[in-house]
Design a protein around this ligand. Structure first.
Ligand SMILES: *[C@@H]1O[C@H](CO)[C@@H](O)[C@H](O)[C@H]1NC(C)=O
Ligand SMILES: *[C@@H]1O[C@H](CO)[C@@H](O)[C@H](O)[C@H]1NC(C)=O
Ligand SMILES: *[C@@H]1O[C@H](CO)[C@@H](O)[C@H](O)[C@H]1NC(C)=O
Ligand SMILES: *[C@@H]1O[C@H](CO)[C@@H](O)[C@H](O)[C@H]1NC(C)=O
Ligand SMILES: *[C@@H]1O[C@H](CO)[C@@H](O)[C@H](O)[C@H]1NC(C)=O
Ligand SMILES: *[C@@H]1O[C@H](CO)[C@@H](O)[C@H](O)[C@H]1NC(C)=O
Ligand SMILES: *[C@@H]1O[C@H](CO)[C@@H](O)[C@H](O)[C@H]1NC(C)=O
Length: 268
């Protein structure tokens, strides 16, 4: 065999391997350095990401957005597989966002069991003091003690859906009813809501309260310190492809912890 041909082939091998492994081929530093828009929310960056709009590797696994299409006024934050919240506003400098429950009135009652109990997403202590927990009960067997604060989502047969504050849940022992309901959502609302929402036919009023949403603070949990460190060394916080491990995207490539200090020194 021609020696020069062999030499040409062997020098190609590392290039082929590098492109097959895929990951190294993507320059995440460049990809993630551009902020993105999701619906009418502009200039977003880590921790947010959205399939088709922003690579997951540029975000934090727990901050997926959906419905980022052109100008959509209410993109959705995926809190858990079953709890999707309408994203009303985001402020990345204060790390706060305003989210609202979906409007369930004209849909089938959701068959979900969801509570806003994430450690990454919670009201600040100051905001929490001004909130109360509302419980939405979906598809429960009718029985004495169920309040007449009914929800109009559609559900099969004689099942009833309603909402209640914590006092009512406790005093009428509605907690025990949960096992027999098809769904339940616990969500914060202002503590000082107009008493009218607790009356019969209060649902329209409740919906106005729910539509204004609630202010929450967000954090990166266990990745908080890593992300700060990454930023200090000029990197961009991100996530490993196909996983949920933290990754710091640097000019010189992605690193598990932080960027090498002396990129400019041209170390081997
Ligand atoms: C976009 O966000 C970055 C940081 O999140 C901020 O520094 C910059 O000023 C923002 N730009 C605009 C146009 O809002
Ligand atoms: C986006 O649309 C919502 C709903 O109309 C509105 O409340 C909000 O002010 C708009 N703009 C931004 C930047 O969120
Ligand atoms: C976002 O938060 C920063 C810091 O708390 C504040 O100065 C700024 O006014 C807020 N921006 C908006 C649009 O509310
Ligand atoms: C509401 O429920 C959440 C989750 O169970 C809890 O952490 C929070 O303290 C409750 N808030 C109030 C005002 O009771
Ligand atoms: C709903 O979830 C809570 C914890 O989040 C659990 O205690 C409760 O048993 C669940 N209820 C049903 C009906 O699955
Ligand atoms: C809870 O709801 C009941 C009726 O459903 C109402 O009478 C009561 O005032 C409410 N409690 C609070 C603290 O809002
Ligand atoms: C959320 O915070 C903004 C300012 O940061 C305030 O204007 C708004 O009233 C708050 N919304 C709620 C529902 O508390």
């Amino acid at each position: 065999m021609d020696f020069t041909l062999l030499l040409a082939f062997s020098s190609l091998i590392p290039i082929i391997i590098a492109s097959v492994s895929g990951d190294e081929a993507i320059d995440y530093f460049t990809v993630c350095s551009q902020p993105f828009d999701c619906g009418n929310k502009t200039n977003l960056s880590y921790p947010f990401w959205a399939t088709d709009h922003r690579r997951r590797e540029c975000g934090h696994p727990d901050f997926e957005l959906i419905g980022c299409g052109n100008g959509n006024q209410h993109p959705v934050l995926v809190v858990t597989e079953s709890l999707h919240l309408r994203l009303i506003a985001v402020n990345q400098s204060s790390k706060t966002l305003t989210v609202a429950l979906p409007d369930y009135r004209y849909t089938a009652c959701p068959r979900i069991n969801a509570t806003l109990s994430s450690t990454l997403l919670a009201p600040s202590p100051l905001e929490a003091a001004a909130l109360q927990n509302l419980t939405l009960f979906f598809g429960c067997p009718s029985r004495a003690g169920i309040p007449d604060t009914r929800l109009s989502c559609s559900v099969a047969g004689d099942l009833v859906s309603f909402y209640a504050n914590e006092t009512v849940v406790r005093d009428r022992d509605l907690g025990g009813l949960l096992e027999s309901c098809t769904g339940r959502v616990v969500f914060p609302i202002p503590a000082d809501v107009d008493g009218g929402i607790w009356g019969r036919d209060g649902e329209a009023q409740l919906q106005r309260v729910l539509d204004s949403g609630v202010n929450l603070s967000y954090s990166y949990g266990g990745y908080q310190v890593l992300c700060e460190q990454c930023g200090e060394f000029g990197g961009l916080c991100g996530t490993a492809a196909g996983g949920s491990t933290f990754l710091c995207h640097c000019l010189a490539g992605s690193q598990p912890l932080s960027c090498p200090v002396s990129i400019a020194a041209g170390a081997p």
